[in-house]
Ligand binder design. Structure first.
Ligand code: AMP
Ligand code: ZN
Ligand code: FE
Ligand code: FE
Length: 280
């Protein structure tokens, strides 16, 4: 069983439609794929229709933006009730804040490089969540940088001069909101220090107390040493361990299925979740 529990479509900052993402997952030889767009469930219905037709199992989820002790963190929510207001209202608030924040970043960038808000809208197209990758795509289209990676290296860096944060709930509250909405919360790439600061160890204890179900250990942004460390923490706190690609289409080097999750772990996630797996 090949199970990849973290991917993005054009509903957020991936480069493929939800339907094309599901077809790509099947073509990559996956048996199960999770769609986990940032702060939205907008891709769920299209992905589900395609998964049923294509004969691949689909886990519906969301990568929830949050903050822990001032550090930006991502929490994967699996199989929540998408209509439950506790989580849905938080996601809506983050999406609204993301628009204001993206406009602010573009205003700052525009002092030094050619870019307009319309450029970003042209790149975001049918996305319901606007993120820095769309600003990166606008910079690529203008010839300012060659690709998304180059945009993130300086102009869009979290510690760079143009950066602005968006609203995100405190991580323990986000974990509780995911649980209240019937979802299964897994801390995404918790040790990925290549993209900015990571949380101190006591945050793992706080999130476990709040109801965290697991840690995403298998992720390309984790070194072997970081994976070892996370496995020790997961063991100590009784947390599930997942592995995933964090695929964004052509927007990042991550390939579908490059990290996988054990079937027994998925079975436990399904047992704890509210929404059924499509095509299971
Ligand atoms: P945002 O959610 O708007 O803060 O933007 C963060 C998103 O940008 C995350 O989903 C990352 O996957 C993506 N990202 C971060 N660094 C890079 C990079 N070097 N190249 C492409 N995408 C990146
Ligand atoms: Zn992303
Ligand atoms: Fe993430
Ligand atoms: Fe992601």
């Amino acid at each position: 069983m090949r199970i990849d529990l973290h991917t993005h479509s054009r509903a957020s900052d991936g480069t493929q439609s939800p339907a094309d993402l599901v077809l790509a997952a099947r073509a990559a030889g996956l048996d199960v794929v999770a769609l986990t767009d940032h702060d939205t469930t907008a891709g769920w219905d299209e992905a589900a229709t395609t998964a049923r037709d294509a004969g691949i199992a689909l886990v519906r989820g969301t990568e929830v933006s949050a903050r822990a002790r001032g550090v930006s963190v991502h929490l994967l929510s699996y199989l929540q009730d998408p209509d439950h207001a506790t989580l849905a209202d938080e996601l809506a608030r983050a999406r609204a804040s993301r628009v204001d924040r993206a406009r602010s970043i573009v205003e700052r960038l525009a002092r030094d490089v050619p870019i307009t808000w319309q450029d970003v809208l042209d790149q975001a197209r049918d996305a319901v969540v606007v993120g820095r990758p769309h600003i990166a795509d606008a910079l690529v289209a203008r010839g300012v940088v060659p690709d998304r990676d180059a945009a993130f290296a300086h102009l869009l860096a979290s510690d760079g001069p143009y950066h602005v944060d968006h609203y995100a709930p405190e991580a323990p509250a986000a974990v509780a909101a995911i649980r209240a909405s019937g979802g299964v919360p897994v801390f995404a790439h918790p040790a990925a220090d290549g993209r900015g600061r990571v949380v101190p160890d006591r945050v793992f204890d706080e999130l476990a107390d709040a109801g965290l179900a697991g840690l995403e250990v298998g992720h390309r942004d984790h070194s072997a040493a970081q994976r070892e460390r996370l496995l020790v923490i997961a063991e100590r706190l009784g947390l599930l361990v997942t592995g995933s690609s964090d695929y964004h289409g052509t927007g990042k080097a991550n390939r579908l299925g490059e990290n996988l999750t054990d079937p027994q772990v998925l079975a436990e996630i399904v047992r704890q979740g509210t929404t059924e797996v499509v095509g299971a």
